[in-house]
Design a protein around this ligand. Structure first.
Ligand SMILES: [Mg+2]
Length: 222
C-alpha cells in the first residue's frame, strides 16, 4: 500500500479512444478538405477550439444519425479495468478534454456516473443545420484557456497543490503543458514525440493496461 495520494488525469480523444473524433468525422462523414481548420490550427492561424468547431460545424446528420455515429467511437477496453482499480483504491479520476463533453457523455456518460469520474471539457450544441459547435467555459472559470477552451495544465497544477501525485495520460498537442507539470506521464503519438524533444520522462503507453500495471505496483506490492 502506497503513502502516495494518486490522482489520474486522462485526455479522451486518441487516449481513451482509438481515434480523435474530429478525424472520425472527417474520414466517415466529411471530406479531406474539411480538415482545413485543423491545418490552420497547427500552423498557428486559429485556436484549437475554433479549429474543432470549424470541422464539427460541417456535420449535417440528423440527431439520431449523429448519436449512432458517436456510438461507434472505440474505447480502449482496458480503460474500464483501470476505472475498477481506481474505484477500489479511491483514486480520483479526471477526464480532461479539449474536445467536448457532448460526445464524451453520449458515449460513456453511464460509466462516468458509475465510477464518479470528473469530466472537465467544453460544452457544445448540435443542430443538423449548423452542426456541432463547441462552447468554452466562462473566462472566469479556473480551467479556462483561450486556445483550447480547457486548461489541462491548470487542472494538473491544482491537483499538485492539493498534494496529489498526478499521473497524466495523453496523446496530442494540448497534452504537452500538463505533461510538464504531472509527476508521471503516459504519452503516445504526437505527445510522445513532443515529450522526447523536451526531455520529459514518459512511461510506456500502448493502452490502459500499461497504466493498470503501473498503478498496481503502488498498491499490490508486498
Ligand atoms: Mg487526444
Amino acid at each position: 500500500m502506497t503513502d502516495k495520494k494518486i490522482a489520474l488525469i486522462s485526455d479522451f480523444d486518441g487516449t481513451i479512444t482509438k481515434e480523435d473524433f474530429f478525424n472520425m468525422a472527417v474520414d466517415k462523414l466529411l471530406s479531406p478538405e474539411a480538415l482545413k481548420p485543423w491545418h490552420d490550427y497547427v500552423s498557428g492561424k486559429i485556436t484549437h477550439i475554433d479549429a474543432l468547431t470549424g470541422i464539427f460545424s460541417q456535420i449535417r446528420l440528423s440527431q439520431d444519425e449523429l448519436d449512432k455515429f458517436i456510438d461507434t467511437i472505440h474505447i480502449d477496453k482496458h480503460f474500464y479495468d483501470v476505472m475498477d482499480f481506481c474505484a477500489k483504491h479511491k483514486i480520483p479520476v479526471y477526464i480532461c478534454s479539449a474536445g467536448t463533453k457532448y460526445y464524451i457523455e453520449k458515449k460513456i456518460g453511464g460509466e462516468i456516473k458509475k465510477y464518479g469520474i470528473k469530466l472537465v471539457s467544453n460544452d457544445a450544441v448540435y443542430s443538423p443545420e449548423k452542426g456541432l459547435r463547441l462552447i468554452s467555459p466562462d473566462k472566469n472559470d479556473p480551467f479556462y484557456d483561450e486556445n483550447t477552451g480547457i486548461s489541462k495544465e491548470a487542472l494538473v497544477e491544482k491537483l499538485n497543490k492539493e498534494g496529489y501525485f498526478t499521473v497524466y495520460a495523453g496523446d496530442g498537442r494540448p497534452d504537452l503543458l500538463p505533461s510538464k507539470k504531472a509527476k508521471t506521464v503516459f504519452a503516445k503519438s504526437i505527445l510522445l514525440d513532443m515529450c522526447r524533444k523536451e526531455n520529459i520522462k514518459t512511461e510506456k503507453f500502448e493502452n490502459f493496461k500499461d497504466i493498470l500495471n503501473y498503478l498496481r505496483r503502488f498498491y499490490d506490492a508486498g
